[in-house]
Design a protein around this ligand. Structure first.
Ligand code: NOJ
Ligand code: CA
Length: 662
């Protein structure tokens, strides 16, 4: 269903100040959010945002600065408006059907040299704006972006500090008025009870945006990751920037249930998506982080032929579709040093042909892993031939990694990085390969346009529990409202051996990445299971060592779980406190709930179930009478949509529930 109305093109030739400000307002379809363009004599003017009659952003400056080319354009040439109300579908996602209902206002401005169109879109769940530049030159050297977010109110924010090199940081909770800088998504709750999150959509060929408080104006403004020479971006004379976005809601979970970021991306460029398959996977991975195995070849090498066969057999027996092998290829001894990885040649004890044939025979997807260590030039040289080779082996998934500084002083999140990550996605598509990127550029919804860009890390994942102070329950109760608003995350959840007794019993264990004796997972086991639902990823891992799942009754949940979901809803929660999410896959539903350090009980009406049908609910809950994080209870019940569940969670606990249609 598609309805696009183009209903006004006006103000031709109107001069700055020659029109009433009311002419430049655009309102969300439900009338609650009003964005106004405010003409001015400098930059590209300004904008403001009003929510339910209260100003959220007051006059916030707009503009871009280029070297040797004036991009100040503030003479209004034309104002055009459009309205869209359409339902579109995607091959996979939290929701396979999405509704795009927005109103648009495009203000075309001319200046001394360039013409700039400011395009505003206002949805019921937020707003976005972008710059469309037309300069009479072949290329522009962008030195700064002036976009401001000038909050009229105070409140709280949750975000990680701005860094152009990593997203693997801890969240900070700070007042809106105090925050010095922020990565995006930058999520906030105003004192007036408006929830919001600033991010960007459709990031291509441009550096990432962070927020930084300007030292003079004291206003939060866009800051772009620089290239080594200080330039922010080299762009063509005709260029469209990514969208600057703000999701807006009245409840914390409204932000999660919003499709705004995807709606601002273009439809899929891939016509045949039959090879793109959401899936569950296991792999040779956690052992390396715990130090019981190594990536390099030697007596404890993880990626051996025997271990590969063992993993494939486990996948077959447990309704798991994919198997990942890290450390299968030569070059790991150079990691952290010269970083020369070989993407074509396996270590001699990993018989890649035999393993690929075995996997194919058993109907299991074999994943390859490409750690680059940040050596982009070398990786780009071999990208095509490596992906062609993997395709010849029947491989459809590559996990990439960028653990290491880029050569030449380039920053991970700069235009150089954005271009590289995109090149990998497009090259992969040519060879029917899905990408799971670690140390990635942030997700900005490009998965709609490139649906082989499945999942990415881009926050502190499970690995941090192996060799650092780890991820707190509060961090995990914050993640869904901040990082996860941008898109799927390969957190690699599901560790059942919470204190690593299996690894500690292994006398060959060599602690990796520093002394690890104090390390453990900081949640209950039931919460680990809940993450398979809460932390959406179309490629979802059961990350623990296989021996920790064998014979474990709770693993039935992962066997039943389906990573290819059709519909999702965040039902309840508060940022940093708790979260309850439900997803439907086919006829079955899966629910995940998690809390911070406070134990709590949340009542959940099961109105999401199909009315009139009966479901077998299997409830995997924390044991309320035990302080042992591995203690849990399994309860079976027959339920319908008329029932409700009382979800009890211990401190740092959670609950996972499967609802299988009877
Ligand atoms: C960091 C990634 O996040 C992790 O998953 C991977 O095992 C290591 N790098 C090695 O590539
Ligand atoms: Ca990482």
């Amino acid at each position: 269903m598609k309805q696009i109305l183009l209903f006004c093109a006006a103000a031709m030739g109107l001069m700055l100040g020659g029109c009433k400000s009311a002419d430049y307002k655009v309102t969300s379809p439900d009338g609650r959010i009003v964005v106004e363009y405010l003409p001015s004599k400098s930059g590209n003017g300004a904008y403001s945002v009003v929510v339910d009659g209260d100003t959220l952003l007051r006059q916030s400056r707009l503009g871009l600065v280029a070297q040797g080319q004036n991009l100040e354009a503030n003479k209004i040439l034309e104002v055009s408006r459009a309205e869209v109300n359409e339902t579109w579908t995607q091959p996979w996602g939290e929701n396979k059907q999405c509704i795009d209902n927005h109103r648009e206002m495009a203000i075309s401005l001319s200046g001394d040299g360039a013409q700039v169109t400011l395009r505003f879109r206002v949805f019921d769940d937020g707003m976005a704006l972008r710059y469309e530049i037309e300069a009479p030159v072949d290329s522009l050297t962008i030195m700064d972006e002036l976009t401001e977010f000038n909050f009229a109110v105070d409140g709280d924010t949750w975000s990680y500090p701005a860094s152009f090199e990593t997203y693997e940081l801890n969240y900070r909770r700070m007042h809106l008025s105090d925050i010095p800088d922020s990565q995006t998504p930058c999520t906030f709750r105003t004192n007036g009870g408006v929830y919001g999150s600033i991010h960007e959509a459709a990031l291509y060929d441009y550096p990432e945006m962070v927020l930084r408080r300007d030292s003079v104006s004291k206003i939060l403004k866009a800051d772009l990751a620089p290239l080594p020479n200080g330039v922010k971006a080299y762009i063509p004379g005709k260029f469209t920037t990514p969208w600057r976005t703000m999701q807006i809601g009245r409840k914390a979970v409204d932000l999660i249930n919003s499709a705004l970021i995807l709606n601002l991306n273009e439809p899929s460029k891939l016509t045949d998506t039959s090879w793109i398959k959401p899936q569950k996977y296991v792999g040779v991975w956690w052992g390396m982080h715990l130090g019981t195995q190594t990536w390099t070849m030697g007596p404890q090498h993880g990626a051996t032929t025997a271990n590969a066969i063992k993993h494939i057999d486990f996948a077959v027996a447990n309704n798991i579709q994919g198997v990942l092998f890290e450390g299968w290829n030569r070059g790991w001894d150079t990691w952290g040093d010269a970083q020369h990885f070989d993407y074509l040649e396996a270590y001699p004890d990993f018989d890649v042909k035999k393993i690929a044939a075995y996997a194919q025979d058993k109907g299991i997807e074999l994943w390859m892993h490409n750690e680059t260590g940040g050596n982009i030039p070398e990786y780009e040289t071999v990208l095509d031939s490596a992906f062609r080779y993997y395709q010849s082996l029947g491989v459809h998934t590559v996990k990439t990694g960028y653990a290491g500084g880029f050569k030449g002083g380039y920053l991970h999140h700069s235009q150089y990085g954005v271009r590289h990550y995109q090149r990998v996605v497009e090259t992969a598509a040519k060879y029917q390969i899905m990408i799971d990127a670690h140390e990635p550029i942030k997700e900005t919804g490009i998965r709609r346009t490139w649906p082989n860009m499945m999942t990415r890390e881009g926050a502190r994942g499970m690995e941090w529990n192996a060799w650092s102070e780890g991820n707190s329950a509060e961090y995990l109760a914050t993640l869904p409202y901040v990082r996860l608003l941008s898109g799927p995350m390969d957190y690699t959840p599901g560790i059942f051996d919470i204190d690593y007794s299996t690894a500690k019993a292994d006398r060959k264990r060599i602690e990796w990445n520093g002394p690890n004796g104090h390390c453990r997972v900081h949640t209950t086991l039931a919460r680990q299971m809940a993450h398979w639902v809460i932390i959406y990823s179309p490629l979802q891992m059961a990350a623990d060592l296989l021996e920790n799942y064998k014979g474990h009754p709770a693993f039935q949940f992962f066997r039943d779980f389906n990573a290819d979901c059709d519909w999702s809803q965040a039902l309840d929660g508060e940022i940093g406190e708790y979260i309850v999410v439900v997803r439907r896959a086919g006829n079955n539903f899966f629910l995940g709930a998690g809390t911070n350090d406070e134990s709590r009980t949340v009542d959940v009406p099961l109105t999401f179930l199909e009315p009139g049908l009966e479901y077998q609910a299997t409830i995997y809950a924390d044991d309320p009478d035990s302080s042992d994080p591995e203690a849990y209870q399994i309860t079976e019940r027959t339920v319908t949509s008329a029932d409700s569940l009382s979800i009890q969670m211990n401190s740092a606990g959670g609950q996972a529930v499967s609802f299988l249609l009877k």
